[in-house]
Every structure is written in C-alpha cells, then in structure tokens.
Design a protein around this ligand. Structure first.
Ligand SMILES: N[C@@H](CCC[C@H](N)C(=O)O)C(=O)O
Length: 369
C-alpha cells in the first residue's frame, strides 16, 4: 500500500484507489499467483506532463496512477510507443529493480542518465537499479546488464539476477524449463527457479586475487587480502576483499574490536568513506558483519553506486566467503540482511558460491523517458 501512496500524484481518486486495491491477485498477469506475490498491484503508471513537477530536471518522473482494466502480459510489455518505457518493478528482499524487456536489442533502452532519474525515490519510480533482459551472448540463453541508481554499470547483481530469472520466466515460454544461462559482466551465471518459488543461483567462483578485485591493499603471499588492516577516516578496520564479479570489502570489525553490532553503525557516514577509499580503484561495496554462530551471520551493506540497500546478493556471497577465509563460519550459512535472509553455500566440490532467496513483482507500469 505504501508503494501506491508513494507514487500517486493527484489524479489518484478514492474511487480508483479502491479499484486498485480491490483487484484480485489472480488477475495479475505476470506471475503465477502465490502467497508472496499477492501484494502485486495491477495498475498502470502513466506519465503526467511537467504540470505537477516542481523540478523540470526530473521530467521523466512525473507519474500518475490509473487503474487499467484490460491489461495482459503481452499487450502490456509489447506496446511500443516511442519515448515510453514499459517496465516491471521487482525486488529481492527489498533490493528493488526496474526490469526492462530488452530482448530485441543489445542496446539498453535506458541511458545511465535516465536510469538515475527513474531510480530517484522522490521524483521517479524509485529503485536501486535498472536491469535489462537482453539476448544471449556467446551461447548463453540471455544477457543481463544493470545500471546502479547513480548511473554506473556494475558487473553483476545477485538479487537482480533472481529478479531477472522470474522476469524471464514471466516473459518467455520456457516450456517448463526452470533454469537457464545468463551472460553477465561477471561471466556465466545460472539461476534456477525452485518449486517453492525461490531462486537458487550458481554465482560462479569468488575472485580473491587483489589486483583482480580490484584493490590496492597489500596482499598476502597467495595474493589475497584476508583480515588485513586498513585505515578509514582515522580508524583501523580489519577487512577481507572478495570479488563476485563486482568488488566487495567485508569487515567483521575494527582492530581490537571484532564484534560488530551492525545496527549501531552509522552507515551513511562510514559507507561512502569505504566506497571512495583510494585503495579501491573501482570503488567498492562494503559489508559490515556480525557473527551469531558458525552458520548464521548478519550484515548491513553500503553499495557502490546505490548506497545503503536492504539487501545485496553478491555481498552476502562475499560475506560467507570472507567468513570462511577468516575461519569464522562453515560453508553453509544463513545471512540476515535488513530485507530478510539469504541462504549461501560456498561449495568445496566446485569452488562455486550458491545463493538462494526470493524475488517478487512489486508493480508494473509505463513511464515517459
Ligand atoms: N545489489 C546487488 C549489487 C548491485 C551492484 C553493486 N551496487 C555494484 O556496483 O557492484 C546485489 O544484490 O548483488
């Protein structure tokens, strides 16, 4: 409900509000109705000209909400008005994305500048990123690209790839197939939609070589950075660096005090200082971790290009890899994030990391670019 309220501008009357919320979940055309998807609202976001927009810079984001009686999956996403973007918003544990059907082209339908406006939580749709579902590349079934909410392009997104899998299965006829191959900036990623609706993703092998992460932190003999001291804003932190295609700096605490209580952190203050630290030439995502047991961790994340988010899938994978490297956990862990838990396994047999978690539709709509 807060979503509709947050995006509604004046044309939303009490009668169409009732109409929005009285809709039966089973009329939602994009997903198989399930307990968790029953909150998906069926409405169309239609662009309103600048009239109501106090800030012309954000013209793409003047949005009104109207009930849409005859929408179907194909009629909605196949419409091709020039200058109008049809999207479906998904989230994975509150890490939210504007999903774009880009299957007819390798050229993203949204520029990085437009992505910044669309992701704006006050003047736009509101999201942590924009994800493009594209044709496969080099033998894969599909390609996934993503722009962060600041317009930068990361190599990979864990929660995003679970949303991607659900989006693809809603868009395409997979003939009962539950798994497919996805080309990403981090290489081959293989999601599988489970019978319980969750998505399990083979996230590939973690990268531990400092120069490949990349980080300039002096590495150990094996070229990894494990439990190494760095100074951030005058404070010494012990960090382990892991790439899951994208760079992560994982910390369990400060020098001499490695029992973080993550809820006590001022993330908005410390997060950017890690992100832009000179030791991370491509910036970094940073995970602050509290250990409950050898199979139960809690983390908060400051994401490169997106700030504090409710969850980070690649981050949770990096956290478990770091916890294992530091001798703090087993290979199978539950990682609690602000948006909910993820199950992570770093499998000894193939050195791959596996992530399992939910992905849900929030709403779908159209917006003028
Ligand atoms: N939230 C994502 C990661 C998105 C990319 C990240 N901000 C970066 O720039 O590397 C996830 O779930 O993995």
């Amino acid at each position: 409900m807060s979503i509709a309220a947050a995006i509604a501008s004046p044309p939303l009357t009490s009668s169409n509000l009732r109409s929005l919320f009285s809709r039966s979940p089973s009329s939602f055309p994009l997903t198989t109705p399930s307990k968790s998807s029953s909150s998906a609202l069926q409405f169309t976001l239609t662009p309103t000209p600048l009239l109501r927009n106090p800030n012309p810079q954000f013209s793409a984001s003047a949005i009104s909400v109207s009930a849409h009686e005859t929408l179907s999956q194909t009629s909605f996403l196949d419409r091709r008005e020039t200058g109008v973007l049809h999207f479906v918003k998904y989230h994975g544990l509150g890490n939210d994305f504007i999903m774009v059907n880009n299957l007819d082209s390798m050229e993203p339908k949204v520029t990085p500048e437009q992505a910044v406006r669309l992701c704006d939580r006050n003047f736009g749709i509101g999201a942590d990123g924009v994800i493009f579902a594209m044709p496969g590349w080099s033998g894969t079934d599909y390609t996934m690209r993503i722009f962060n909410s600041d317009g930068s392009e990361p190599e990979m997104c864990g929660n995003g790839v679970r949303c991607f899998a659900k989006f693809i299965s809603d868009l395409s006829n997979l003939n009962g197939r539950q798994s497919f191959t996805v080309h990403t900036g981090a290489g081959l990623i293989i999601p599988e939609i489970q019978d319980d609706g969750k998505v399990k993703v083979d996230m590939g092998e973690p990268v531990l070589k400092a120069s490949d992460i990349p980080t300039k932190i002096p590495s150990n003999e094996d070229q990894s950075v494990v439990r190494t001291k760095i100074e951030v804003d005058g404070v010494n932190w012990n960090v382990t660096c892991v790439s899951m295609g994208n760079p992560h700096c994982v910390t369990f605490g400060r020098e001499g005090d490695e029992n973080l209580v993550v809820d006590e952190l001022n993330l908005a203050d410390i997060g950017p200082k890690f992100e832009h630290h000179k030791l991370f030439p491509a910036r970094t995502n940073t995970e602050f971790v509290q250990v409950f047991s050898r199979s139960h961790l809690k983390m908060r994340v400051w994401e490169r290009g997106a700030g504090a988010t409710l969850a980070c899938g690649t981050g949770a994978c990096a956290v478990v890899v770091a916890a294992i490297l530091e001798g703090r956990s087993e290979r199978n862990c539950t990682v609690d994030l602000p948006g909910g838990p993820l199950e992570i396994e770093w499998r000894e047999k193939d050195n791959h990391v596996y992530m399992t978690g939910p992905a849900e539709v929030v709403f779908y709509g159209s917006v003028e670019l």
